[in-house]
Design a protein around this ligand. Structure first.
Ligand SMILES: *[C@@H]1O[C@H](CO)[C@@H](O)[C@H](O)[C@H]1NC(C)=O
Length: 206
């Protein structure tokens, strides 16, 4: 059996397409042998290339996530705190910077099932329009993705109907993630700044 064929049968068994057979066991033996070559047990190795191990195991998939983000700026149940900015706010609030621990829910109501939290920062990054720099981790607390997170770094031109922000990474099941988030405001209180935002996130990961 060539190395290429052995690698393919490992990929198939990860996909669940193949029943466990003696050839799978021998493949796993070869795999563990290969890994012990790729990850030598040595003291003080500064860096190693792991390309071979990654190409053997991983199959990329895309996951669609749908949820609602609650930015509660006002009141005693506020999940947002202003952490920096100029002493006197300009028209757009340029420089105002907030830290959030916002709830993510399954449905648009705040009382709907909580599926995660948006922990991070946003700051007003434009002088002549309402545009934010978003630096956020969305961590999930329900179901399969409990404990996994995706990281967003992007521009949020808040008055647009649909804003696109890059997913630049992730953790847990979203390790090595990349993708994009589409945000659409469903409710905005212009007086307090409280907002409910619908998110559709498309994330490619392994
Ligand atoms: C999510 O994971 C945490 C930590 O492992 C655990 O305490 C919690 O019960 C889990 N939640 C659900 C809904 O499974």
């Amino acid at each position: 059996m060539s190395t290429l064929l052995q690698e393919k049968s490992v990929v198939d068994s990860f996909r669940g397409k193949k029943m466990v057979s003696s050839s799978t066991y021998s493949t796993l033996f070869v795999l563990s042998f290969t890994l012990s070559v790729v990850f030598p047990i040595t003291g003080g190795v500064f860096y190693e290339e792991l390309t071979e191990a990654i190409s053997m195991k991983l199959v990329e998939k895309t996951t669609h996530l749908h949820f609602y983000f609650h930015d509660v700026v006002s009141g005693k149940d506020s999940t947002v705190v202003r952490i920096a900015g100029p002493p006197e706010s300009s028209g757009t609030g340029f420089g105002d910077t907030m830290m959030t621990d916002d709830l993510l829910t399954e449905g648009p109501e705040l009382g709907s099932k909580i599926i995660g939290r948006a922990q991070g920062m946003y700051g007003v990054s434009a002088q002549h329009e309402l545009s934010l720099l978003m630096v956020m981790n969305y961590v999930f607390t329900e179901g399969k993705y409990n404990g996994s997170s995706v990281s967003i770094l992007g521009r949020n031109h808040v008055l647009d109907d649909s804003r696109e922000m890059p997913i630049v990474g992730g953790s847990g099941l979203f390790r090595l993630a990349r993708g994009y988030a589409l945000a659409h405001t469903v409710k905005l209180d212009m007086k307090t700044g409280d907002a409910v935002v619908e998110y559709n996130v498309y994330v490619s990961h392994y």
